[in-house]
Write a protein that binds this ligand. Structure first.
Ligand code: PNS
Length: 161
């Protein structure tokens, strides 16, 4: 059984993330989508909400499961016996951000990082931009699952009231 982890903040999950998770699931026996904490980012959704959204979005992929994790991603990989971390790259900016993390993770452990090129159509899709556009009244349908779009609209309305 070769298991991989797709880690991220997923605040919220986008169709770009789901493309990478679906493709990783074709390469590995099992993929664990793991929501962690990026200390430098502001959260819109709680860890439980992010997990629930991921579970709903990946329900159709039998070899994908969802988990939260605390601490180092490499420790989580060791705990669940995962051999690889899979990340999507939309472009050079992602590569600059991801490469030092991959190298640090490789320094800390023997877990490999596998980069998959993001689909061209998702090149501009990020959780941060989704939140910004939705907060300012823009339409994000087609870029996130419909249930995520609805959750975004609800949460942003709560924040405004
Ligand atoms: O959505 P993001 O910002 O790409 O997610 C980044 C995340 C959460 C995957 C990354 O920050 C992470 O792995 N955090 C766990 C703590 C850790 O292992 N830090 C050292 C990374 S080299």
């Amino acid at each position: 059984m070769r298991r991989a982890v797709c880690p991220g903040s997923f605040d919220p999950v986008t169709n770009g993330h789901l493309d990478i998770v679906g493709r990783a699931a074709k390469l590995f026996d099992e993929v664990v989508v793991a929501t962690g904490l990026n200390m430098s980012k502001n959260r819109l959704f709680t860890p439980d909400e992010r997990i629930a959204m991921l579970e709903e979005a990946t329900v159709g992929i039998p070899n994908v499961r969802v988990s939260g994790f605390d601490g180092l991603i490499v420790d989580f990989c060791r705990e669940i016996d995962a051999v690889a971390i899979v990340k999507g790259l939309r472009g050079a900016g992602d590569y600059e951000y991801e490469l030092p993390m991959a190298q640090m993770n490789s320094h800390l452990t023997d877990v490999e990082t596998v980069f998959l090129p993001g689909a061209v159509g998702n090149a501009f899709v990020s959780s941060s931009l989704i939140k910004e556009v939705a907060a300012l009244g823009g339409d994000v349908s087609g870029l996130v699952p419909e249930s995520v779009r609805e959750a975004l609209v609800r949460r942003l309305a709560e924040r405004r009231s």
